[in-house]
Design a protein around this ligand. Structure first.
Ligand SMILES: C[S@@+](CC[C@H](N)C(=O)[O-])C[C@H]1O[C@@H](n2cnc3c(N)ncnc32)[C@H](O)[C@@H]1O
Length: 350
């Protein structure tokens, strides 16, 4: 049961009798009392640990990939854009790696897209060794520049709110959220879908029992694709996600490293969902972009040399603990850990 204080906060989420699941998630994450306004959600001590926080090798491999693609296919002034930089750790590792080709950062207009004021402060602090004047922060992507762009993101698209639909003998229902005044808690209800537009859309999925979709995620990615198409560039996304038919919904909440209900600890816990990569690939194709890579995190990191990098680190520094590095790599690439669940998608028109 939530405390009175928490409930009062929660009630600010929405006064309507019932509201769509995605609106609930959006407010719980990004509203005035939303989770992403909290200080420091990412890191070993906090709710979740991301790949860059697990190992410097993750960012180094991405860094080499970006530098190589820039040198071979852009080699001129460009926008380097990170979506949702968290603590700034991935940027730091890429920046260090890119020293192998100083022209990369000399030509880069760096933009960090961060919605969370607290995380932005952390990024400013963690990246203050890098010339601050070279970095521009923004809450949202703007598409004004005419330069080619390299856009990258790790665990960004899983933050977008989803809608959930259930198919009962070709009658579609959508999940809504309701607040029970007596019991002081939220719960979900299913409402029959009557919108013709949505029913037409769902018709494509009539063989499925359930369908989960983030229209806002798809829209955001579509804008990126259009931008790349117009001004040239490449986008690399790493996230947990799938490319098969869903057997169960993927929406989840994490509190103190444990899975919970999305209706508990509202505003204090992370809510995320797996990314439907099929939809992103389809959007990229509709925009006539190439799919340069669509592989598991394991395959991407192996292909671009994480094992070689580990060896090199061990021969370069006697202070590094082999077991620790083995554990870091295992966590990133083991099929039972992050290796298969996380996917890497690269789209471009380079
Ligand atoms: C799960 S964290 C991942 C952080 C980092 N990329 C990492 O791998 O450690 C998601 C990040 O994206 C930011 N974020 C989420 N949704 C966003 C949005 N719509 N616009 C801008 N930033 C957003 C969050 O504040 C946070 O920095």
């Amino acid at each position: 049961m939530l405390s009175k204080r928490k409930i009062n906060k929660v009630k600010l989420l929405n006064n309507k009798k019932n509201f769509r699941l995605d609106k609930f998630i959006e407010t719980a994450l990004f509203g005035n009392n939303g989770y992403y306004l909290r200080n420091k959600p990412i890191g070993r001590k906090f709710d979740f640990v991301t790949s860059p926080e697990i190992s410097q090798m993750f960012g180094e491999i991405i860094g080499v990939y970006l530098v190589y693609n820039w040198k071979e296919k852009i080699n001129t002034k460009f926008n380097l854009i990170e979506l949702g930089p968290g603590n700034g750790t991935l940027f730091k590792d890429i920046e260090r790696t890119a020293k192998i080709l100083p022209n990369f950062f000399k030509n880069a207009n760096v933009k960090l897209i961060e919605i969370n004021k607290e995380l932005r402060k952390i990024q400013e602090k963690n990246l203050n060794y890098f010339k601050q004047s070279k970095i521009r922060w923004s809450k949202a992507l703007n598409f004004k520049s005419k330069l080619p762009s390299i856009i990258y993101a790790n665990e960004f698209f899983d933050c977008f709110p989803v809608r959930q639909f259930l198919n009962n003998n070709n009658n579609w229902f959508e999940r809504y959220v309701k607040f029970n005044e007596k019991e002081n808690k939220y719960y979900s209800i299913n409402k029959r879908v009557i919108s013709k537009k949505i029913l037409n859309y769902l018709n494509e999925y009539k063989r499925q029992k359930i369908y989960e979709v983030s229209f806002s995620r798809n829209k955001y990615f579509n804008q990126i694709c259009k931008y790349l198409k117009k001004n040239r560039g490449l986008c690399i996304l790493i996230d947990y996600g799938y490319n098969k038919k869903l057997k169960s919904f993927t929406l989840q909440a994490i509190y103190n490293h444990k899975k919970t209900s999305i209706f508990e600890n509202i505003g204090q816990q992370d809510i995320s969902s797996h990314v439907n990569f099929n939809e992103l690939i389809e959007i990229a194709k509709q925009n006539k972009l190439q799919i340069n890579e669509f592989v598991t995190q394991r395959d991407f990191l192996l292909k671009y040399g994480i094992l070689e990098r580990k060896k090199k680190l061990l021969t370069k520094s006697i202070n590094l603990n082999k077991n620790l590095l083995d554990e870091e790599v295992d966590r990133l690439i083991n099929v039972d850990r992050m290796g298969n669940l996380f996917k890497c998608l690269v789209v471009s028109n380079l």
